[in-house]
Design a protein around this ligand. Structure first.
Ligand code: TYM
Length: 335
């Protein structure tokens, strides 16, 4: 990174290559990542080590990782301006993760709601990695001294844990890590399933009709929106007892960069069928350029591999500086 950029704030975020990236991933954090490089030094990663915490076939993980890397570029992250890389290509993530385990309390890790939810969803595979996952996530962030971590709502608790770990470590060994702030978008921080609007829209949900995938063709997206669950009223208004309509308003606001209030005004005289069609069209339009760019990038996987390697080399250099300091601080013998 250029010398004069060294003083800019640093941003880190990542996506896990499980399942199929969704409209929620896009409208929540990812659509903002491209533009962030103008203001910040940015690093964005494919968190493939995190994907190992769920039962995933090696072939699927490989393809998912490549697809997600291409998608990071397709959503507008410029690999010349930001560092885009694959987590496992920088071994320091695992190394720092191990070290941070020792400064993370079992009790605080046990409180993580995602661990509880995921354990309930897959009781046959409650592995130690799943439990330790937020510590690895803390390592991802602290390794690069990130100031800001742009995420959706569901990751706030993990970033809070990361802050606790950083503060504990700094308190014991002297100032080593930057204590990061999380950042969520005004609208789109939590997009819910179209078929079950009280559940998060997820990448790996069995019910594919509730999740709109970034790479879904327009016809599929429209079909999913037309089937979206609403309610028995005929009122396009956001409120707690109208989760389906509220979710659709949120999607529309995030996709068209307006507010929920503006969207309510726009659709106040609309019937539900027309409203759902209009929200579907907004989703199609916001995803279209991403899908097109993705398809063109996937025509040359060799070029993607070169970008990946270049990103890893840049990330490694930054990571090495932090690791040298951390090793010294905790008393590991120098290399
Ligand atoms: P992941 O892969 O589950 O999700 C990637 C990002 O998308 C956000 N997100 C959503 N936002 C709005 N509505 C939704 N329905 C929705 N679903 C997901 C997530 O909040 C996230 O920002 N552990 C992380 C990946 C990770 C990471 C990190 C993130 C690994 N290391 C370090 C930040 C910093 C995860 O599994 O995200």
């Amino acid at each position: 990174m250029a010398e004069q950029q060294e003083k800019r704030k640093r941003v880190f975020s990542a996506v896990k290559p499980t399942g199929n990236p969704t409209l929620g991933n896009y409208l929540g954090p990812m659509q903002h990542w491209g533009g962030m490089s103008d203001e910040y030094d940015c690093l964005f990663a494919v968190a493939d080590l995190h994907a190992l915490t769920v039962a995933i076939e090696p072939k699927e993980l490989k393809e998912n990782s490549l697809r997600l890397f291409a998608l990071l570029v397709a959503v507008g992250v410029d690999p010349e301006k930001a560092i885009v890389f694959v987590q496992s290509h920088v071994p320091a993530h695992s190394e720092l993760g191990w070290i941070l385990n020792n400064y993370t309390m079992f009790g605080e890790a046990r409180r993580m709601t995602q661990f509880k939810e995921k354990s309930e969803k897959a009781p046959e595979n409650v592995n130690v990695g799943l439990f330790d996952y937020p510590v690895l996530m803390a390592a991802d962030i602290l390794l690069y001294k990130a100031d800001i971590v742009p995420v959706g709502d569901d990751q706030i608790q993990h970033v809070e844990l990361c802050r606790n770990i950083a503060e504990r470590f700094n308190g014991r060994f002297g100032n080593t890590f930057t204590v990061p702030e999380w950042q969520t978008p005004k609208s789109g921080a939590r997009i819910y399933s179209l078929s079950e609007p009280t559940a998060k829209m997820g990448k790996s949900d069995g019910d594919a009709s509730g999740s709109v995938f970034i790479l879904d063709p327009p016809e599929t997206i429209m079909k999913k929106f037309k089937r979206a669950v609403t309610d028995s009223e005929m009122r396009v208004k956001a409120s707690e007892d109208k989760p389906g309509i509220t979710n659709l308003l949120n999607i529309y606001a995030a996709a068209t960069k307006t507010t929920v209030e503006q969207a309510e005004r726009e659709f106040c005289a609309c019937d539900y069928a027309t409203f759902k069609t209009r929200v579907g069209e907004a989703a199609v339009e916001v995803l279209r350029p991403v899908r097109e760019k993705y398809e063109s990038l996937r025509r040359d996987d060799g070029a993607l591999a070169s970008l990946m390697n270049a990103g890893a080399e840049r990330a490694k250099r930054l990571a090495a500086r932090t690791m040298e300091k951390v090793r010294k601080r905790v008393g590991l013998l120098p290399l």
